[in-house]
Design a protein around this ligand. Structure first.
Ligand code: GLG
Length: 820
C-alpha cells in the first residue's frame, strides 16, 4: 500500500506546502508545533483517500455495524500510530530526517487526547484499532470534551490538577461534520395527545431546552488494510436559529440558559475512575451523546433499509459500562414516539440490539440516579423506563411467584432510584465481564439473581491490548528484533509470538533480548532525569506500578513495602541487596482525598530515601508526574517487574498487566483479574504470585473475621512501618500528615472497615514474593528466559483476539475488504 500512497519526495513537498499555506512560513522558520500540524495534515491527506474508499465499500457491502458507545476514549497520540498502521513510519521518519526534523520530537508536539480516565477508556481505544485492523464496520461514539483528563503536576509532593486544553492549537486529525447535527432535548414536560387516526396516544415533549449535537470525526486507521473507521465524538452548540426579537424579557433569560447548557455539557471529562459521583451534569452528558448517536444510527439505517424490524440484523449497540445505558430507553423512545411502533415490537428490537459490558464490581462505581433528578431532566425517557420496570417486575413475579425479595433486589426503579445496570441487563441480549474470574464473580456474586434469570445472556470477553501501539510503537527495538527472528506475522496475529519460545535457551538471543531491555531502561532513565531530576541506575531492577491511584489497587502496600525495605537496609547495611528502582505513576481523582494523600506519601518516602547517601543508591523511588498514554509507552518498554497487586476480586481485568507482559516484564501480582489468565499462559514459574485469593477475600467480606490489628500486634516489621506513618519519619516531624492512612489500616473510627483492602493480611506474602523477585533477578540468564517467555506467551492478550470473540459470540459482524 505504501507504494501506491506514499512517495517520499511528494510527502516532503506536501509538508513544505502545508507550512506555507497554514502559517505563511518557510520550513526553516516554522516551529516544531507548526511542523507537527503540517506533517499531520499530509498524513491526513493519505488517510482521507482510504477513509472515502472504506465508506464506499461499506455502502456497497452493507455490513452489520457495531456502535461502540462510550463516555471515554483514551486515544493517546494519533500521529505515530497512524503512520505505523499506514506502514509508513520508517519512510516518514527518513523524509523528516532529510528535512532536518526528528519524528520523535515532532510526535512529542501532539497533545495526548485524554478523553478517558484509565482502563475502560483505553480499552475502547484498543478495540477501535482492532476493529479497523480486522476489517469490521464500527463506529466509536463519544463526547468531544473540551478539557480531557487534567494534567498532573506535583508540587511539594502533592498532586495539583491543571486543565488539559488539548484543543488549543487545533487538532489536525478531526473533521467537523455539521451536516450530521442532531437536536437533543432536556427538561420540560410530556403532553399526551389522543390520535384518532391511529387510536393511540402520542407523547409530545414541550417546554424543553435543547442543544445541537455536532459530530467531529476522527479516522481510525486499520493496519495495512486500507480500512479507515470512524470515531465520532459529539460537541454541543446552542441552537442558533432562535430569534431574539421573539423573546420577551423573561424568555431572553431562557435563551441564555440554553446557550449555557451547550457550553457546559461538553466542557470537561469527569475525572473519576471506578467511582460514580452522581452529578446532574454527568447525566446530561450521558443523554446528550446517546441521543445524538442513536438518532444518527437510526437515520443511517433508514437510508438504505426500509424495515426497522431488521435493525438487530444490521446494528448492535455495545454499551461500555452502564454510562451509555440510556441507549435502551432512547431507542425505545424513537421506535415508539417517532416511528409509531407498538411497545412489544419496539421492545423486541431493542432487546436484540443492545449489549452491555460490565467493567467492575466496585459498589461505588454502580450508577443509580435519584428519580426526581432523572424524571425532571428526561421526562419522556423516564416514563419509558417506568414502563420497562413495570413489565420487568411482572416478569420477575411470573418467574418467582410471591418472592418479594427478588423484586427488591432486581427492580430497575427501587427505593427512589433508577439502577442503570439493571436496565442494561433487562434491555439487552448480552452481558459480559472482562476477564474469566470477573465474569465468574458477576455470575456467582454481584449479578447472581440476573444470571439465574437469564443465564443465556452472560458471557466472558477477556480484555486485550493492541500490539501495534504497545509493542511496535512503544518498543521499536524489540519489535524489530522479534520480526528478525520470527517474521512479522505477529503484528496482526499475536499468538505467533509463541515461535519465540525456541529462543528461551539460546544464550545469544537472551542476551540480545536483555540488551534491548537495557536500552529501553536507559531511555526511561533519561526521561526521569529530564522530568523528575532524579538520577536512576539502569542496572537496577525497574519495579513499576503505573495505573490510576485507587485504594483497591494498593499502591499503598507497595510504598509501605518500600519503607520496610529501607528499614532493613538501614538496620543491616552489610546485607547483600540488589539495587532497585521503584517507579510509580498515577493520577488520583481530584476529589479522592485518601488517594491524593497516598501520592504525597510516595513522594515523601522518595524524598527521604533518594537523599540518604548512606544506602549507596541501593534504593530509589520515583513518582513519574502526569502518567498518560504517551509516557506509558516508554515505561512499559523499560520495566523489569510488573506490579499487579490489587486485592483479589477487585480488579475486573487490568490491561496494563498485559502491556508489561508483552514487553517482557514478569508479573508480581495477586490472583486477580486477568493476572489469572496471564499466569495460565506463561506458567506460575514465570510470575511471582502472592496473597489472599478472591474466594478468601469474598469470604471475609461476607462473613467477617478479618482483624488487621492482629498483624500490627504480632509482626514487628509491620508495626515499625505503620508507626513511621505517625511519628514524623516521612513528614519532617509532623505526626498528623499521614495519620489518616494509619487510621484507615487500623482504626474503625473511619467510616469503613479498617484495612478495607487487606493490605496487612497480604503484606508478608508480598514481601516474600519480592524476595523471590530479587533472587530470580540475580540469576541473569534465568531472568532473561523468564522475561522472554513472558513476551512469547502474550499472544492471547491481543485486542484482536478479544474483538474476534465479540464478533463471533455477540456482534456477528461481516468482514469487509477494500477492493482495489
Ligand atoms: C475497568 C477496570 C479494569 C479493566 C478496565 C477495562 O477497573 O480492571 O481492565 O475497566 O475493562 N473501570 C475500569 O477502568
Amino acid at each position: 500500500m505504501l507504494d501506491s500512497h506514499f512517495k517520499k519526495e511528494e510527502f516532503k513537498k506536501a509538508v513544505k506546502e502545508n507550512v506555507k499555506m497554514l502559517y505563511r512560513k518557510t520550513i526553516d522558520e516554522a516551529t516544531q508545533q507548526q511542523i507537527f500540524q503540517a506533517v499531520s495534515l499530509a498524513v491526513k491527506d493519505v488517510i482521507i483517500d482510504n477513509w472515502l474508499a472504506t465508506q464506499k465499500q461499506y455502502e456497497k457491502d452493507d455490513p452489520k455495524i457495531v456502535y461502540y458507545l462510550s463516555m471515554e476514549f483514551l486515544m493517546g497520540r494519533a500521529l505515530g500510530n497512524n503512520l505505523i498502521n499506514l506502514t509508513a513510519y520508517k519512510e516518514v521518519k527518513e523524509a523528516l530526517d532529510e528535512l532536518g526534523f526528528d519524528l520523535n520530537v515532532i510526535e512529542d508536539q501532539e497533545p495526548d487526547p485524554a478523553l478517558g480516565n484509565g482502563g475502560l477508556g483505553r480499552l475502547a481505544a484498543c478495540f477501535l484499532d482492532s476493529l479497523a485492523t480486522l476489517g469490521y464496520c464500527a463506529y466509536g461514539c463519544g463526547i468531544r470534551y473540551h478539557y480531557g483528563l487534567f494534567k498532573q503536576k506535583i508540587e511539594d509532593g502533592y498532586q495539583i490538577e491543571v486543565p488539559d486544553n488539548w484543543l488549543k492549537d487545533g487538532y489536525p486529525f478531526e473533521l467537523r461534520r455539521p451536516e450530521y447535527a442532531k437536536e437533543v432535548k432536556f427538561g420540560g414536560y410530556v403532553r399526551v395527545e389522543y390520535d384518532a387516526a391511529t387510536g393511540r396516544n402520542r407523547f409530545i415533549q414541550e417546554g424543553y431546552q435543547s442543544v445541537m449535537a455536532i459530530p467531529y470525526d476522527m479516522p481510525i486507521v486499520g493496519y495495512n488494510n486500507k480500512i479507515v473507521n470512524t470515531l465520532r465524538i459529539w460537541d454541543a452548540e446552542p441552537i442558533t436559529d432562535f430569534r431574539l426579537d421573539l423573546f420577551d424579557k423573561g424568555e431572553y433569560h431562557k435563551a441564555v440558559e440554553q446557550e449555557n447548557l451547550a457550553k457546559n455539557i461538553v466542557e470537561v471529562l469527569y475525572p473519576n475512575d471506578n467511582h460514580y459521583a452522581g452529578k446532574e451534569l454527568r447525566l446530561k452528558q450521558q443523554y446528550f451523546f446517546i441521543s445524538a448517536s442513536i438518532q444518527e444510527a437510526i437515520a443511517k439505517f433508514k437510508k438504505n433499509h426500509d424495515d426497522l424490524h431488521d435493525l438487530p440484523k444490521k446494528v448492535t449497540f455495545q454499551l461500555n459500562d452502564t454510562h451509555p445505558t440510556m441507549t435502551v430507553a432512547e431507542l425505545m423512545r424513537i421506535l415508539l414516539d417517532e416511528e409509531g411502533m407498538e411497545w412489544e415490537e419496539a421492545w423486541e428490537i431493542t432487546t436484540h440490539t443492545c449489549a452491555y459490558t460490565n467493567h467492575t464490581i466496585m459498589a461505588e462505581a454502580l450508577e443509580k440516579w435519584p428519580i426526581e433528578l432523572f424524571s425532571k431532566l428526561l421526562p419522556r425517557v423516564y416514563q419509558i423506563i417506568e414502563e420497562i420496570n413495570r413489565r420487568f417486575i411482572l416478569e420477575i413475579q411470573n418467574k418467582y411467584p410471591g418472592n418479594q425479595e427478588k423484586i427488591q433486589k432486581m427492580a430497575i426503579i427501587y427505593d427512589g432510584q433508577v439502577k442503570m445496570a439493571h436496565l442494561a441487563i433487562a434491555g439487552g441480549y448480552s452481558v459480559n465481564g472482562v476477564a474469566r474470574l470477573h465474569t465468574e464473580i458477576l455470575e456467582k456474586q454481584e449479578l447472581k439473581d440476573f444470571y439465574e434469570m437469564y443465564p443465556e445472556k452472560f458471557n466472558n470477553k477477556t480484555n486485550g491490548i493492541t500490539q501495534r501501539r504497545f509493542l511496535m510503537h512503544a518498543n521499536p527495538l524489540l519489535a524489530d528484533w522479534i520480526t528478525d527472528h520470527i517474521g512479522d506475522g505477529w503484528i496482526t496475529n499475536l499468538p505467533e509470538l509463541a515461535k519465540l519460545k525456541v529462543y528461551a535457551d539460546d544464550k545469544k538471543a537472551l542476551q540480545e533480548f536483555m540488551n534491548i531491555k537495557y536500552q529501553n531502561k536507559v531511555r526511561l532513565a533519561k526521561y526521569i532525569q529530564e522530568h523528575n531530576g532524579i538520577e536512576v541506575n539502569p542496572h537496577s531492577i525497574f519495579d513499576v506500578q503505573v495505573k490510576r491511584l485507587h485504594e483497591y489497587k494498593r499502591q499503598l502496600m507497595n510504598i509501605l513495602h518500600v519503607m520496610y525495605l529501607y528499614n532493613e537496609i538501614k538496620a543491616h547495611p552489610e546485607m547483600d541487596f540488589y539495587p532497585r528502582t521503584f517507579i510509580f505513576g498515577a493520577k488520583a481523582a481530584a476529589g479522592y482525598r485518601r488517594a491524593k494523600l497516598t501520592i504525597k506519601l510516595i513522594n515523601s518516602v522518595a524524598d527521604v530515601i533518594n537523599n540518604d547517601a548512606s544506602i549507596n543508591g541501593k534504593l530509589k523511588v520515583v513518582f513519574i508526574e502526569n502518567y498518560r498514554v504517551s509516557n506509558a509507552e516508554l515505561i512499559f518498554a523499560a520495566a523489569d517487574v510488573s506490579e499487579q497487586i490489587s486485592t483479589a476480586s477487585k480488579e475486573a481485568s487490568g490491561t496494563g498487566n498485559m502491556k508489561f507482559m508483552l514487553n517482557g516484564a514478569p508479573t508480581l501480582g495477586t490472583m486477580d483479574g486477568a493476572n489469572v489468565e496471564i499466569v495460565e499462559e506463561v506458567g506460575a514459574e514465570n510470575a511471582f504470585i502472592f496473597g489472599l485469593t478472591a474466594d478468601q477475600v469474598i469470604n471475609y467480606e461476607n462473613n467477617g473475621g478479618y482483624d488487621p490489628m492482629q498483624y500490627f500486634n504480632n509482626d514487628p516489621d509491620i508495626r515499625n512501618v505503620l508507626m513511621q506513618l505517625i511519628n514524623g519519619t516521612y513528614s519532617n516531624g509532623d505526626f498528623n500528615m499521614f495519620h489518616e492512612i494509619y487510621d484507615s489500616l487500623l482504626n474503625t473510627n473511619c467510616s469503613d472497615r479498617a484495612d478495607t483492602y487487606f493490605i496487612l493480611a497480604d503484606f508478608k506474602s508480598y514481601a516474600e514474593a519480592q524476595k523471590r523477585v530479587e533472587a530470580a533477578y540475580r540469576d541473569s540468564e534465568g531472568w532473561a528466559k523468564m522475561a522472554l517467555l513472558n513476551t512469547a506467551c502474550a499472544g492471547k492478550f491481543s485486542s484482536d483476539r478479544t474483538i474476534q470473540q465479540y464478533v463471533d459470540e455477540i456482534w456477528h459482524l461481516d468482514k469487509v475488504t477494500i477492493e482495489d
